[in-house]
Design a protein around this ligand. Structure first.
Ligand SMILES: Cc1ncc(COP(=O)(O)O)c(C=O)c1O
Length: 367
């Protein structure tokens, strides 16, 4: 006898579609029977694993029969020291996706309202929907978060606001003063999740003092990741910084061993590896300069980006361009699902990868 699982499922889950990840290199290799494929689709770090992380992973191999440290003591201590915060404010996650979901699960009830911007990270609607809460999507301003409109969207039922800075998939950036003004106007009983997955790519002098703000705005939680500038996307590790009482709640709900030993050790090592971080950021800046100069030269509109990706407007449906790039072994990210059918999001690669992308674009667009 078969069972109607659809009738049994949580209604919020029924309305969801699986997360569309960037196309894996191996999949395109199988489809096209070609090698030498480059992937500029998932905002990964093109530098490869830091030597410091590699060593830390090797040192952990003999320990893999044991469960990881459930509390991630050493990594938390390293993060606390690095940013001069209390360890009690830190929650570790299996990537920051894990934390975004955990935070929502702790606070959001059925029928609560969750506010986020048009063109914001796909996980925000996903977790909202899965909890049977109501997504309130605020129209973007210049492709980014319109903080005034988000404040205006707050109602008695608002429980949470998600803001990514820089924003994905558009790369837009909010300055510290506008964010601070916004935070001071959000009622204390509404949780603000500030997702800083790409913060390490932004100029230090323009970064918000977001971790210090947690003391002033106890309803703020800041999420960061080791997947981008620290180059550990495959290991899955991120952290949230919040009021210790909030962290205590997250600690009740998270899986006891949500971060594996290799990720904990590698993150601790790479956090101390300032040379790797500086190299990642410099490489990104150089590639960003190259691709934006190309767009300007050939009259392609793009959204100025503070992340490790650039979103280009082809002024016509971009799906055929995406397909033609695939044929040339270049994987980028179509973002029609975000309501941006004329754009492609391109992660910044190594210099030779960026050159190959630009050459492919020249040929496809007959530039
Ligand atoms: C804005 C934003 N937040 C969070 C994440 C999640 O990253 P991870 O789960 O790898 O830490 C991403 C990944 O692309 C992102 O773009």
């Amino acid at each position: 006898m078969s069972c109607d699982f659809l009738a049994l499922a949580n209604p919020g889950v029924l309305a969801l579609h699986p997360y569309q990840a960037g196309k894996p290199v191996e999949e395109l290799e199988r489809e096209l029977g070609i090698s030498n494929i480059i992937k500029l689709a998932s905002n990964e770090n093109p530098l490869g694993l830091a030597e410091s992380a590699k060593k830390a992973i090797q040192n952990q191999l003999s320990q893999l029969t044991l469960y990881p440290d459930s509390n991630g003591f050493y990594l938390k201590q390293a993060i606390a020291e690095r940013f001069s915060i209390q360890s009690e404010k830190i929650t570790l996650g299996n990537g920051s996706n894990d934390l975004l979901e955990l935070i929502a699960r702790v606070f959001v009830h059925e029928h609560d309202e969750v506010i986020f911007s048009q063109y914001s990270f796909v996980v925000y609607p996903l977790v909202t929907q899965a909890l049977n809460a109501k997504a309130v999507v605020v129209p973007a301003r210049d492709w980014g978060n319109d903080l005034q409109a988000m404040l205006a969207a707050i109602t008695d039922r608002t429980k949470m606001l998600f803001i990514a800075n820089p924003n994905n998939p558009t790369g837009t950036f909010l300055e510290a003063d506008e964010l601070e003004r916004f935070l001071s106007q959000v009622p204390e009983n509404i949780i603000v999740v500030l997702d800083e997955a790409y913060t390490e790519y932004t100029p230090v002098e323009r970064r918000s003092p977001s971790l210090a703000w947690v003391d002033r705005f106890p309803n703020l939680v800041v999420c960061r990741t080791f997947s981008k500038a620290y180059g550990l996307a495959g290991l899955r590790i991120g952290y949230a910084v919040s009021h210790p009482d909030m962290a205590g709640l997250f600690n009740r709900v998270r899986q006891p061993f949500n971060c594996n030993s290799l990720a904990l050790a590698a993150a601790q090592a790479v956090l101390a590896d300032e040379a790797y971080l500086a190299k990642s950021v410099a490489l990104n800046r150089e590639g960003m300069g190259l691709i934006s100069a190309f767009c300007e030269k050939y009259g392609l509109a793009y959204i100025p980006s503070m992340g490790n990706f650039i979103t280009v407007d082809f002024a016509k449906p971009a799906a055929p361009i995406y397909e033609q790039l695939l044929q040339k072994g270049v994987i980028v990210r179509p973002i029609g699902g975000y309501g941006m059918p004329n754009h492609l999001r391109i992660s910044i690669g190594l210099p030779e990868e960026n050159q190959r992308l630009l050459q492919a674009l020249k040929e496809i667009l007959a530039l």
